[in-house]
Ligand binder design. Structure first.
Ligand SMILES: C[S@@+](CC[C@H](N)C(=O)[O-])C[C@H]1O[C@@H](n2cnc3c(N)ncnc32)[C@H](O)[C@@H]1O
Ligand code: SF4
Ligand code: SF4
Length: 295
């Protein structure tokens, strides 16, 4: 996915909606956990109240600084968004009730964050990980015909697991494999870029052969359909970009304004003009490493 000139001016079609900051795990590389002081669910009534302000988005992606599937009203929340396309990003370690999940026939995709191919390797990322639950979720996802993707963060522990993860992709009919680099570990990435690139070449070819959509870690991850992905945090705050570390501004609050009103305000202007993207540290850091090795 290339950043096209002027894509910043396109209105976002997808929003990452943080319905909880609670999590059942504590993954070793997770920056999200460090940012949360008092983990909480956003009450379902507050989610109902926010619903009209989210009308402009075609896709609602349940993803934030926690694990959406442990929200105590998760399946009732799906009803509130039954006319939207739903994306779920999950650690896979929470049993999924597929019968209730597919009730409104609007699940666009489930992205499972899979950083290891065995119980032991997943437990190295988080000792509380339930690998049997992940496997059952994947098996049932396949049976129910739900579009499943893997998101793997390449770290010291996980990048040696890539071959086993590819076997899981084949076994469970996973449609898309997204690789990411660990934020906050740029030094490690830089020091190991040769090994990482060597592993990537092979994966790219394998995925092509298997007709699995492949997202390279050096690709820009912050856009969907040539528009940036917005974020709504648990308190209704709206951010124009899904990258927590890019210095994105707060552009409004959806309890006080609709998305379209905020989009047309001066506070969004700087972002729409590309001011933040053109100097984005995340994007440029990554690009430098990619150019250096892939040229
Ligand atoms: C913050 S989690 C929230 C959703 C859910 N709890 C999960 O793990 O899938 C969303 C994604 O961020 C990734 N992530 C967490 N910390 C990261 C980091 N330091 N660098 C890159 N990705 C990270 C996770 O692997 C996961 O795929
Ligand atoms: S499951 Fe997701 S939010 Fe929870 S610690 Fe792991 S990466 Fe972070
Ligand atoms: S600021 Fe950076 S991470 Fe955010 S949308 Fe722009 S390029 Fe993407």
């Amino acid at each position: 996915m290339e950043v096209e000139k002027g894509f910043y001016k396109n209105q976002p079609r997808m929003v990452l909606f943080e319905i909880t900051t609670r999590c059942n795990l504590a993954c070793s590389y997770c920056t999200a956990r460090q940012l949360v002081k008092e983990p909480k669910d956003l009450e379902i009534d507050k989610i109902r109240e926010l619903r009209p302000a989210l009308e402009a988005f075609e896709y609602i992606a349940f993803c934030g600084l926690g694990e959406a599937l442990i929200h105590k009203n998760f399946y009732e929340i799906l009803e509130i968004f039954k006319d939207k396309k739903i994306v779920i990003v999950t650690n896979g370690s929470v049993p999924i009730d597929y019968e209730r999940l597919v009730r409104y026939d609007n699940i666009d995709a489930i992205t499972f964050s899979v950083d290891g191919a065995t119980e032991d390797s997943m437990k190295r990322v988080c000792s509380r990980y339930k690998f049997d639950v992940l496997l059952k979720n994947l098996e049932e996802g396949f049976k129910y015909g739900v579009n499943c993707a893997f998101n793997t963060t390449i770290t010291e522990d996980t990048y040696k697991e890539l071959s086993g993860i590819q076997d899981m992709i084949v076994k469970y009919g996973v449609k898309c494999f997204k690789l990411g680099l660990p934020l906050g570990k740029e030094r490690w990435v830089s020091d190991h870029s040769k090994e990482i690139h060597d592993a990537l070449y092979k994966i790219r070819d394998n995925m092509k052969e298997l007709s699995v959509i492949y997202e390279d870690p050096f690709e820009v991850k912050c856009c969907c359909d040539n528009a940036p992905i917005a974020v709504v945090s648990k308190n209704g705050n709206l951010y124009p970009c899904c990258d927590y570390f890019c210095g994105r501004p707060l552009v409004g609050n959806l309890y006080h304004n609709s998305f379209m009103n905020i989009w047309n305000k001066a506070s969004y202007e700087g972002f729409r003009e590309g001011k933040f993207c053109s100097r984005c540290k995340q994007y440029h850091n990554v690009k430098e490493i990619a150019d250096q090795e892939m040229a």
